[in-house]
Ligand binder design. Structure first.
Ligand code: F6R
Length: 614
């Protein structure tokens, strides 16, 4: 989390930094700040309520900000220290001549800080990051350059970092380095840039490179030098940029979440495009790195992911087991790497991550690689850290997702994983060609179905209006409806701030049903699948205890409607594909509940889109 940015070699650095910070805000918005190197030293502005308030701070009262050709900026997701101005980046050293921004966690910050304070340094914030500015200061007092000072400082550090620093004594230079946290650099004409992520620099340059772990870049106007932490020449990885600046904009919608929900039909269609060869067989991109022999030799699948991506993985488990007959485990990435997963060369480990940067998933995949077997990543970001490290990548082609709550990337993950399940079934001969072709036809028809559901947003808004005052929600489902319920509950929690528990409906009677009372809202995924009748019984159980019932049901299904106080209607599709369709009204429900409560759906509290800390 946190986003960092830097630019050197422009006429006026401040607007470039503010524009980039605006695009990085999805990485955190607890506070923000910028530092410029001017003729008279460093100039800094920081504010505690996100980038907008930094902008207000700068254009509001006081002296106008100075013109500078170089600067760095930061938008924060607080880990160590409250989200106040004093803890906002950039952090100075004791001299006030060095400024630094950092994304990541310095795990040994406490012992480093103790030594620094003993050495006479005065630390002014509660952050783990500030120790870095003072460590560099210590090295520079000994006469080293800024770049060498950062190299040496980082050798003392444990943890993760994407870091950038400027110094008044080297007024055209930014030094930057990374370990685990992502960092990209680029040069365009006489200007050099850095940022945590591609969207921040879209429109500025398309010549971008990703620093590898423990690489350091020295950026001067129009030039870039990359070394390792001991000064040896190093080569960053060139990035393929297939997004444009317009795709990362709001495009006239009230917020990014609405825009991205409405982009889902297009995103699903793009993810499926070109996956059927002229002879009718299904194919993956070459980037997936899975030959026919590989697909046939797999004996087990292990899916590793977090949050909404984990829920997409849960849907995939049903599809891979049912269609391809392969045992499939789905693990929460932060747990996976700390147990002892049993993998071998016939295990396919699949990391699911829209950003490709989530540190838990990244580290989980590294652990899997060490144990053998192929690692495939399903990611939305071309050349993301996971994509570069894995044996193969299956890209979802959803375009940039800016809203913090995953919507179009979640649906495209399900679609990509179901496509993979069909390809596995085809290679292993576990399903007849005709059945695979029919399922693919139905996948390809999903964009039209989604378009039809999008038209119903106002119906969902009316239901949400009725539920404005409810605080306790249970989301229930069975079979593939279970992950849909988990995802619906996650959406409600993160943007509507209601207590929403997602449960397998059959599990409720083993304890949680004690919480059902009049006023509790139960949202059930009750589209027709093999467990629909059992699902109806589970709904009866909570209805008889006074819950208000909201059901996702198939158009015209009066038997389902008989059980509900409110219906969210969707067209019927093959039960295995239903999660793609059934998720949509639950996205809308969370959205409209959030609207009714006056929340900013694109900036839910305490969250950041890309989670690069453990
Ligand atoms: C929820 C959401 C998160 C992410 C999770 C994993 O709406 O967006 O739960 O799904 O942080 O992120 P990625 O997919 O980037 O690894």
């Amino acid at each position: 989390m946190c986003g960092i940015i830097g630019v050197t070699g422009v006429d006026d650095a401040l607007p470039v930094l503010l524009e980039g910070l605006g695009r990085l805000e999805y990485r955190g918005y607890d506070s923000a700040g910028v530092a410029l190197v001017t003729n008279t030293g460093l100039w800094r502005a920081r504010a505690a309520e996100g980038t907008h308030s930094v902008r207000d701070l700068l254009v509001g009262g006081g002296d106008p900000p100075p013109l500078a050709s170089i600067g760095i900026g930061h938008t924060r997701w607080a880990t160590h220290g409250q989200p106040d101005t004093g803890n906002a980046h950039p952090h100075f050293d004791c001299t006030g001549r060095l400024a630094l921004v950092h994304n990541g966690i310095i795990e040994n910050h406490a012992e480093l800080a103790r030594d620094l304070v003993r050495g006479g340094h005065v630390l002014t914030s509660k952050t783990d990051s500030e120790v870095l500015s003072h460590l560099i200061e210590t090295e520079m007092v000994r006469g080293t350059s800024l770049a060498e000072g950062l190299r040496r400082a980082l050798r003392h550090v444990r943890g993760s970092f994407a870091v950038a620093a400027v110094h008044a004594e080297e007024p055209d230079l930014i030094v930057a380095a990374r370990r685990i946290s992502p960092l990209i650099v680029g040069v365009e004409g006489g200007t050099s840039f850095l940022a945590s992520d591609i969207p921040a620099l879209l429109g500025a340059t398309r010549r971008l490179f990703a620093l590898e772990d423990d690489q350091l870049a020295e950026l001067r106007p129009g030039t870039m030098r990359v070394t390792d932490l001991y000064g040896a020449h190093a080569r960053p990885a060139a990035l393929t940029i297939d997004w444009d600046a317009a795709a990362a904009g709001q495009d006239g919608y009230d917020d990014f979440m609405t825009k991205e929900i409405h982009e889902q039909p297009k995103a699903v269609a793009a993810t499926l495009r070109g996956r059927r060869a002229p002879d009718g067989t299904l194919v993956l991109d070459e980037s997936a790195g899975l030959s026919h022999d590989d697909l046939r030799s797999i004996e087990r699948v292990c899916i590793v992911a977090c949050g909404s991506s984990y829920h997409a993985g849960l849907v995939a488990k049903y599809a891979i087991e049912q269609w391809a007959g392969l045992p499939t485990d789905v693990d929460i990435a932060s747990e996976f790497r700390y147990r002892n997963p049993i993998l071998n060369e016939r295990t396919l480990t699949i990391g699911v991550s829209q950003s490709g940067e989530t540190v838990d998933t990244l580290q989980g995949l590294r652990a899997a690689r060490e144990r053998g077997g192929k690692v495939l990543v399903v990611s939305n970001v071309v050349d993301s850290s996971m994509a570069r490290e894995a044996d193969g990548v299956l890209y979802t082609r959803a375009g940039p997702e800016v809203g913090v709550a995953a919507t179009k990337t979640h649906l495209t993950q399900i679609v990509a994983l179901e496509l993979l399940a069909l390809v596995l079934a085809q290679a292993r001969g576990t399903r007849a060609a005709g059945e695979i072709a029919s399922l693919m036809d139905q996948l390809l028809a999903l964009p039209d179905t989604l378009e039809a559901v999008l038209e119903r947003t106002k119906d969902v808004a009316e239901v949400a209006q009725e539920l404005t005052d409810a605080r306790d929600f249970f989301y229930l489902g069975r079979h593939v409806g279970h992950p849909v319920a988990l995802e619906g509950a996650l959406k409600a929690k993160e943007i509507s701030y209601v207590r929403a528990e997602g449960y397998a409906a059959g599990e409720l009677k083993h304890g949680p049903i004690a919480l059902i009372e009049p006023g509790t809202v139960v949202v059930g995924v009750a589209t027709r699948n093999c467990l629909w009748e059992k699902m109806c019984s589970n709904i009866e159980e909570v209805r008889s205890r006074g819950a208000t019932i909201v059901l996702v049901g198939n158009d015209g299904d009066e038997r389902t409607a008989d059980l509900a106080d409110h219906m969210l209607w969707v067209p019927a599709v093959d039960p295995m594909l239903a999660p793609v369709v059934d998720a949509l009204p639950l996205q809308f429900l969370a959205y409209w509940l959030a609207q009714a409560r006056g929340h900013d759906v694109d900036r839910p509290r305490n969250l950041a889109k890309t989670v690069t800390v453990e």
